[in-house]
Design a protein around this ligand. Structure first.
Ligand SMILES: [Zn+2]
Length: 231
């Protein structure tokens, strides 16, 4: 985690922490220690197990996305139905999750259910830059109209965690894929697409073909959409 509480109960970001001070976990209140990033980013780590058993993405990519939002909106502890977890970001009625590391279908479903039951829509941003760059995800048709642009994609080995998820059905769980595409380098260094449709077979999605809308296409546009509730 990137935030912990100091002895004054102030939320301290790991980049402002130091080895001498003592910190506790905002969720379980157990002691955590500051770790300077070498492989991982700067973070706080539990010495004994946290009450929260969810695993959290610790990549630099994840941290960079999370820090696009005000500090008060990052790593928000949510307590509901006797469970406590932390949302990567909670803002404007949405929980926003950034996922670079692998996730299982069970983890994906459990998180969505928790946040939806708590009354928030969920936005996921997945880092599929590698899949796009090595051709596992391939755009085979693009289109544009006066108010929307989109693409049709083939995905050779779709991630299995999406098997219970259909974008056309699960309207309160919104997913974006981040791709890196040199053709669109002028748009932003970050290039994301909202997934709007996937192939369905017997109530399950196979994601071997899916469609996207280009908008919002980058950090700035996404933040504006969230603020204006256009998602
Ligand atoms: Zn904890």
């Amino acid at each position: 985690m990137e935030f912990a509480l100091n002895h004054n109960s102030e939320r301290i970001h790991a980049t402002d922490a130091n080895k001498q001070d003592e910190y506790i976990c905002p969720l379980c209140r157990k002691k955590v220690v500051f770790r300077k990033g070498e492989v991982n980013i700067d973070h706080f780590a539990h010495q004994s197990k946290c009450d929260d058993t969810w695993k959290y993405d610790m990549s630099a990519w994840h941290s960079e996305w999370q820090q696009q939002f005000p500090k008060r909106n990052q790593e928000v502890v949510i307590e509901f139905n006797g469970e406590k977890h932390r949302a990567d970001v909670m803002a404007c009625g949405y929980v926003i999750e950034f996922q670079h590391s692998p996730i299982t279908a069970d983890e994906f479903n459990e998180r969505n259910n928790f946040y939806l039951n708590y009354g928030k829509k969920v936005i996921w941003i997945f880092d599929f830059t590698d899949e796009f760059e090595d051709g596992r995800i391939d755009c085979y048709e693009e289109w544009s109209s006066h108010n929307d642009n989109g693409g049709k994609f083939k995905w050779s080995y779709p991630k299995r965690f999406l098997q219970n998820y259909l974008p056309q059905r699960d309207k309160d769980v919104i997913i974006f894929f981040q791709f890196s595409d040199s053709k669109h380098a002028e748009r932003d260094e970050c290039y994301i697409e909202r997934v709007t449709w996937a192939i369905e077979e017997d109530g399950y999605s196979n994601f071997k073909r899916f469609c996207t809308s280009y908008y919002p296409g980058n950090y700035t546009e996404l933040l504006e959409w969230i603020k204006e509730h256009k998602i």
